[in-house]
Design a protein around this ligand. Structure first.
Ligand code: DX5
Ligand code: ZN
Length: 220
């Protein structure tokens, strides 16, 4: 069964609470929080995402799926782990090939009780993360260049999902594959076929009037 993680990046702040309510009652599985530091990517969403995450942790029982698009991962772990997110994902690119640092981050997230995810941007090969697969719970394959919502999915990224799925099946690794960027009613089908089991959906859900039907369609 595929799960849906709703990205709030393109949500209008004024309608936030109503939108959060509509998403939750539409039976999404997680709220996806896109934390951007203005360094790893151009945009800075630190304040607004902190506010959303806090609000959600107060009013909802759904899990937080935190996506850190930041350079200083450790700093943001200190901020977000206290909210007890279900999943917390950092980018392999921000680790700058430092294996010890990567293992320390994995360990810290695990010790706090959250699931650990590692994200890879479109230009990063799955070879870069193979050595970490047995220590983590989830791989987030970026299907757009990280930085903004509402972009079109890059088709080649789904080949990466396919290869990853093949690799984890062959090696008996139990791990979730999450895709993020440009997922809609059409690309969701392709992503699922490629092997993804968690779909991050932003613009398509935020802009749909009937979120319940939209989630149902995405899960089919
Ligand atoms: C992009 C973010 C995504 C994105 C998803 O940098 O990580 O979560 O906003 O939104 P859509 O579905 O609009 O591409
Ligand atoms: Zn994201």
């Amino acid at each position: 069964m595929v799960e849906i993680s709703a990205s709030l990046l393109t949500m209008n702040e004024e309608n936030a609470v109503r939108n959060l309510y509509n998403l939750e009652t539409a039976k999404i599985d997680y709220f996806h929080i896109d934390v951007m530091d203005g360094k790893f990517v151009e945009k800075n969403t630190e304040d607004v995402m902190k506010e959303y995450a806090l609000t959600i942790s107060h009013i909802s029982n759904l899990g937080l799926d935190i996506h850190l698009m930041v350079e200083d991962v450790k700093h943001f772990l200190d901020e977000y782990l206290i909210l007890e997110p279900q999943i917390i994902t950092f980018h392999i690119e921000s680790m700058k090939n430092d294996e010890q640092r990567t293992q320390n981050i994995i360990k810290e997230i695990k010790q706090s009780g959250s699931k650990v995810g590692i994200a890879i941007s479109p230009d990063t090969s799955i070879e870069e993360i193979k050595k970490y697969l047995k220590y983590i719970h989830l791989i987030l394959v970026m299907t757009v260049v990280p930085g903004k919502g509402g972009q079109e999915l890059i088709p080649e990224t789904l080949e990466k999902v396919e290869n990853l799925k093949k690799y984890i099946d062959e090696n008996n690794i139990d791990i979730d594959i999450e895709v993020d960027g440009g997922i809609n009613d059409k690309t969701s089908k392709e992503a699922k076929l490629a092997g993804a089991n968690i779909l991050v959906v932003g613009n398509y859900l935020i802009s749909s009037d009937n979120k319940y039907d939209a989630v149902k369609l995405l899960k089919e």
